[in-house]
Design a protein around this ligand. Structure first.
Ligand SMILES: Cc1ncc(COP(=O)(O)O)c(C=O)c1O
Length: 337
């Protein structure tokens, strides 16, 4: 199926810009580093989920849904952007938020993304610790249907072949930008969590027969699970676009070692990377996703994974509201002068 035949609405501000990071490139002393600014997709502080929602919300509309239901951690960026998309479409929105991260900053459950979820008018269902999250999610869908609602259910992270189509589009956009700027992109590095972003990119670059390699830095501390999920979604997405295609499992490269102990728990390498990006380039990252991905990219550059004549694109997937939920962690060791 032609990608243009797939229903899509226009929530994201596109194209996002592709910018050179001269001071970070110099600091790393090797490859040219560019950033693709998907933190600037525009909807309620932006981020990667907006591209997915362009397709998911079109499907919701086509199915005649009157309610959007989704799930994510307390500080989920996906949930915040979904709440905004539902508000824009005039649909009611229910958010199931399991307490998945043992983090006790007083801001964690009231600031950042969760504050915005309330502001956007969504019904927030915060689950007690230890609740079976999938069972609670299914139960909420049942309750909505029993009450006569027509919910459109979006999986965690908006990660299914419909959502991944947003990143097929991003691969096309990036190829066109690179061609226009005379750049050849050797690697694209980004944070991979629920898998849809990486799956869409892998399927998209494959369809374009591009040589750009996608490196998804695992932020879940469950790299094997994520790699399997990316592969499943990438294959299904590719099959929808071109039934006869030879997508290879080897094109799914999930980089482990930068997630720390668990999803959402900060690492020292992440904090250093967040500070470096801010102080060298005025670029604000987040502690859960882009900070860990940047830590991975910096470390891979220092380990010599990239050569000096290569070009790397760091995909900034957003997430900045999450920074405010880790207020105390970033106050520690604050220099006095
Ligand atoms: C800021 C940010 N970056 C990256 C990701 C990972 O994207 P995906 O879930 O598609 O793997 C997420 C997902 O929640 C995110 O919020």
């Amino acid at each position: 199926m032609a990608r243009s035949a797939i229903p899509r609405i226009s929530l994201a501000h596109l194209p996002t810009s592709l910018e050179f990071l001269p001071r970070l490139s110099r600091e790393l002393g090797g490859p040219r580093i560019l950033v693709k600014r998907d933190d600037c997709t525009g909807l309620a502080l932006g981020g990667n989920k907006t591209r997915k929602l362009d397709y998911l919300m079109a499907e919701a509309e086509a199915q005649g849904a009157d309610t959007i239901l989704t799930i994510g951690g307390v500080q989920s960026n996906h949930v915040r952007q979904t709440a905004a998309a539902a508000a824009r479409s005039g649909l009611s929105c229910h958010l199931v938020l399991p307490r998945a991260v043992p983090w006790d900053d007083p801001a964690y459950e009231i600031s950042g993304n969760v504050q915005l979820d309330h502001l956007l008018g969504a019904q927030v269902h915060l689950l007690p610790e230890g609740t079976d999250r999938e069972a609670a999610f299914r139960r909420m869908a049942r309750v909505l249907r029993t009450n006569g609602r027509k919910p459109y259910v979006i999986p965690s992270g908006g990660s299914n072949p419909t959502g991944a189509m947003g990143y097929v589009t991003c691969a096309e956009e990036l190829e066109a930008q690179a061609r226009g700027a005379g750049e050849k992109i050797d690697y694209l590095v980004h944070a991979t969590g629920s898998g849809g972003t990486q799956a869409g990119l892998v399927a998209g670059f494959h369809r374009l027969q591009s040589k750009t390699q996608v490196l998804g830095v695992d932020i879940t501390a469950k790299a094997d699970e994520i790699a399997a999920k990316v592969w499943d979604i990438a294959r299904e997405t590719s099959d929808q676009l071109q039934p006869e295609n030879d997508l290879l499992r080897a094109s799914v490269q999930v980089i482990e070692g930068y997630a720390g102990d668990a999803y959402g728990l900060p690492t020292e390498q992440m904090r250093t990377a967040v500070r470096q990006a801010a102080r060298l380039e005025g670029l604000i990252l987040d502690p859960v996703y882009t900070g860990k991905a940047m830590a991975g990219m910096i470390d891979m550059a220092r380990q010599g994974r990239f050569s000096a004549d290569q070009t790397i694109v760091f995909l900034h997937t957003g997430g900045m509201p999450g920074l405010f939920a880790y207020n105390e962690y970033f106050q520690e060791e604050q220099e006095m002068f």
